[in-house]
Ligand binder design. Structure first.
Ligand code: TRP
Ligand code: SF4
Length: 398
C-alpha cells in the first residue's frame, strides 16, 4: 500500500470539539507519518446546499484557519481547496462514463440523506454524484489510505469499485503482454527473476505475501517508467495496467467526544462546543448541561453513569478528579456546579491556546490565501500527472 493519505471536509459550518477529537487529532498523527493531503471539499457543499446563501469564502478560510490552529502543518502536509484543483472535475466527468447508475443509487447515504433531510432538494444529479466526486478526489492523488468516519466507508468501497472498473476497461492495451514483458527486461536481471517468481507464486497459489513483495519490488525500481510500473503492477495480478490504484479506508474510531447532552457531539443535535466559543460561552454551555435527574437537591445522591457531565470527565479528567467526581456524586458530597468546574477549566485550557492561534491567523488573511494557493498548486502537480495518464489510457491525447 502506498504512503499517501488523503482526506477532506465540507465547509458547511464551524468546527467543534467533535471534529477536533474525532478527526483533526488523527490528522495530526498522520501528517508526521505519511505523505498527507487535506482539503476543503467546497464543491461538495453544493451537492446538498446549492440554494443556501452560505458564505463559502468565509467558511473555507475559517476552516483552514481552524486546521492550522489545531496544528495541521502546511510544511509537512499539503493543504488545499478542491475547487482550486479543477482536474477533480475532469476526472469526475470521465469516471461517470464507466460508473453504473445503480452503483450510485445503492450507496446507503443516498437514500439515508434523502430521508433525513426531507426539506432539501436532494433529487439532483449533483447529489447522486456526490460519492463519485469523492472517488475522483481520492483517485486523482492515488491515495493509499483515506481516514474517514464510519458513514463514509461505503464511499471508499465505491471508489475501489470505480477504480477497478476503470483499470479494467482502460488498462487493457492491445499489446499489454508484450509491453509488460519488455518492461521486465528493463529491470536488473536479479530483480526481473524475483519479479517473475513472485508473480508466479501469486498467480498460482494466491499468495498475498508474494503480491505485496512484488509491489514493494516495483516501488524500488528506478529505471522503469511510471507507465511500465503500472503495467507490471497489473501484470502480477493478471489484470491490465493499474492506472488508478484502489485506496483503503482508515476508520477513524467513532469520535469519543460526547456532546452537551450525552449524545455524540454533532451540529445536527445542537450539542456542540465550537473551537471558537469564548470562555464565557463555554462556561454557560457546560453550566447548562443536564445532569443525573435524580439529583434534585444537593443531598440527593446521583450516579455519574446517568450524567453527560461524567462523559466529559472521562475525556478530560485524570484519575484523581474522576474519583473525586464518583465519590462526590454518589455520596451527595458536592453540587453539580462544583463538579462541572474541572470540565469547564479543561475545555478552556484546551481551546485557549488554539484560539490565540486562530486570532493570529485571522489577522493575516494574506497568509491564509498564500497557504491555500501554495498547497493547491502542489496538489495540482500530482493531479495533472494523473490526468495525463488517464487521458492517455482513454486515448484523449490529441
Ligand atoms: N464526504 C466527506 C464528508 O462528508 C468529505 C469528502 C469529500 C472526503 N471528498 C473526500 C473525505 C475525499 C475523504 C476523501 O465527510
Ligand atoms: Fe453529574 Fe457531577 Fe452532578 Fe453527579 S455531581 S450528577 S456526575 S454533574
Amino acid at each position: 500500500m502506498n504512503n499517501r493519505v488523503l482526506s477532506g471536509m465540507r465547509p458547511t459550518g464551524r468546527l467543534h470539539l467533535g471534529h477536533y477529537h474525532g478527526v483533526l487529532k488523527n490528522w495530526l498523527t498522520l501528517q508526521n507519518e505519511r505523505d498527507s493531503y487535506f482539503f476543503v471539499a467546497d464543491w461538495h457543499a453544493f451537492t446538498t446546499h446549492y440554494s443556501d446563501k452560505i458564505d463559502l469564502e468565509t467558511n473555507v478560510s475559517e476552516m483552514v484557519v481552524d486546521w492550522l490552529a489545531a496544528g495541521i502543518n502546511p510544511n509537512t502536509s499539503t493543504i488545499f481547496v478542491q475547487s482550486k484543483v479543477p482536474e477533480h472535475a475532469e476526472l469526475h466527468l470521465l469516471l461517470s462514463m464507466t460508473t453504473p447508475l445503480s452503483w450510485l443509487e445503492r450507496v446507503p447515504s443516498y437514500k439515508d440523506q434523502q430521508e433525513k433531510l426531507k426539506g432539501r432538494d436532494l433529487g439532483t444529479y449533483g447529489f447522486l454524484g456526490y460519492p463519485l466526486l469523492q472517488s475522483a478526489d481520492i483517485l486523482i492523488y492515488k491515495a493509499g489510505l483515506v481516514p474517514v468516519g464510519e458513514d463514509q466507508v461505503a464511499h471508499i468501497e465505491l471508489t475501489r469499485e470505480v477504480a477497478r472498473r476503470f483499470n479494467y476497461v482502460y488498462g487493457r492495451e492491445a499489446d499489454f503482454e508484450e509491453k509488460a514483458e519488455a518492461a521486465i527486461g528493463k529491470m536488473g536481471k536479479k530483480q526481473a527473476k524475483s519479479y517473475r517468481l513472485l508473480r508466479k507464486s501469486y498467480q498460482e497459489t494466491g499468495d498475498i505475501e508474494a503480491l505485496s513483495r512484488a509491489q514493494a519490488l516495483l516501488k524500488e525500481q528506478q529505471n522503469i517508467t511510471l507507465g511500465d510500473r503500472e503495467r507490471l503492477l497489473g501484470y502480477v495480478e493478471g489484470v491490465g495496467k493499474i492506472i488508478l490504484p484502489e485506496p483503503e479506508s482508515l476508520l477513524t474510531k467513532a469520535s469519543k467526544m460526547p456532546g452537551l447532552d450525552g449524545q455524540k457531539m454533532s451540529k445536527s443535535y445542537g450539542n456542540t462546543i465550537s473551537l471558537r466559543n469564548t470562555a464565557e460561552e463555554i462556561e454557560t454551555k457546560v453550566k447548562r448541561m443536564p445532569t443525573d435527574p435524580a439529583r434534585v437537591k444537593l443531598t440527593d445522591a446521583g450516579d455519574p453513569k446517568k450524567c453527560p457531565v461524567w462523559q466529559l470527565h472521562k475525556v478530560y479528567s485524570d484519575k484523581q478528579t474522576c474519583d473525586w467526581v464518583k465519590d462526590g456524586c454518589s455520596n451527595a458530597k458536592m453540587g453539580c456546579i462544583e463538579c462541572k468546574q474541572p470540565v469547564v477549566d479543561a475545555i478552556k485550557a484546551e481551546l485557549g491556546p488554539m484560539q490565540e492561534r486562530i486570532t493570529k491567523y485571522q489577522a493575516d488573511p494574506d497568509l491564509i490565501k498564500q497557504i491555500i494557493h501554495e498547497g493547491s498548486e502542489k496538489a495540482r502537480i500530482v493531479a495533472k500527472e494523473t490526468m495525463n495518464e488517464v487521458r492517455e489510457a482513454m486515448g484523449i491525447t490529441y
